[in-house]
Design a protein around this ligand. Sequence first.
Ligand SMILES: C=C(O[C@H]1C=CC=C(C(=O)O)[C@@H]1O)C(=O)O
Ligand SMILES: [Mg+2]
Length: 452
Amino acid sequence: MSVTSLSQAVKSLQQRLNELNLFDVQAPVLQLQQQIDALPLMAWIASQQTFPKIYWHGRNTDAEAAAVGSCHQIFFEQSVSDEQLASVYQQQLGCLAEPDIRYYGGIAFDRRESSWPEFGRVRFVLPRIELRRQDEHYQLLLNLHLADKDPQQELQLAQTALGALVPAAPLAPPRKTEVLARCDTPDQQRWQQLVSMVTEPEFNAQTPKVVLSRHTQLKVADTPDPWTVLASWQGRNPNSFQFGFQFSAERSFISCTPERLFQRHEQQLKTEALAGTTVRGITEAQDQLLAQQLLDDAKNSVENQFVRSHILAELAKLSDSVDGDAPLAIFKLNHIQHLHRIIRAKLKHSVNDFQLLQAMHPTPAVGGVPKQNALDFIREYEGYNRGWYAGACGYLSRHVSEFAVAIRSALLEPGTINLFAGAGILAGSDPQSEWQELENKIATIMSILVDF
Ligand SMILES: C=C(O[C@H]1C=CC=C(C(=O)O)[C@@H]1O)C(=O)O
Ligand SMILES: [Mg+2]
């Protein structure tokens, strides 16, 4: 297929739509593709005026995607049972005949609690238009969802969406934001109490780990453009996942998270235990020393081990084989470093992505041990709704799916920036150092947003 500019590719897709005889199309979802010249995807998504706008960049891959509009959605604003989700998922899987058709979206941290407006408890989008890059190859994709729809109307909507695309304007350079007020929930005093409750021996004997988190609300004079912020964040932590979801002009959720929930290629699964944290050193020698201290530290090793054991136990039920014996390693970020251990599995043939999400999420890197006890504690005492923070965000397709744990994330709203950070609390946790760990976890985004 020949490579053309985006505007020529749009014209050629419009032409193909005009010539399409929908009576010949049997598939419930039709995807048209066109190779295109290189263009900056983040700048392109920032320029678009159609919602939803979605950006996804996997960790350590030279692949990214930017999507606008939607032709079908799986959206549960209010409560949704696992059975409902499983049945909707099966139904949609039937529609995804072509291996490249992807639904992008996320699941809130706790599907039993109310979530943010527009995001809901579960929201997945089959985009109308997608740009994808794999290394230096770029593609424009157009989806038509024909199941249960008037095909002519769907065709018209696709034409309109193509016509509404806007050329990419360069991203504005990042500006510092003036913070008018900051409010932490829980505040430091309440945090001390919560940490004491979790580390209290009787409670701890039943619930050895709870990942407590904090919502930091910054009141700002001007809300920055989410895509400009995400581009800067990407520059600071290129070895993380980077993604953004914007369902309307008002509200956007962006994340630059190091943590993989899972990546599935057919039946091959890659996941990991990422938990246990220290800061980066100023000098190379100091940085190495801190890394070694983290590897040797009993509390941080146990913190990571809880995550590993949970993942191994869950995967054992869904897999033909599981390999969790990779050595404990260090994962370095801009301001902090983590303990990290890769886990691989070969899934049983009958296992689907929804079952994986149900089994794996939330891992004890964001929830705790046992899962239900930790979730009960968080619901009762944390004092705010996590929404999509610490949820699972990514994409689903027939052959490949990938999900990240939505930590190191921010929800941008008019006049407000919401930041989130959590820390694994277990026997031996010191409230003051865990509070400092929260500060360290938001240090990168703070240094982008404000004079720091
Ligand atoms: C819950 C978060 O981090 C988790 C992931 C890595 C290390 C963690 C820790 O050391 O406490 C947390 O489990 C967060 O950043 O909001
Ligand atoms: Mg920790």
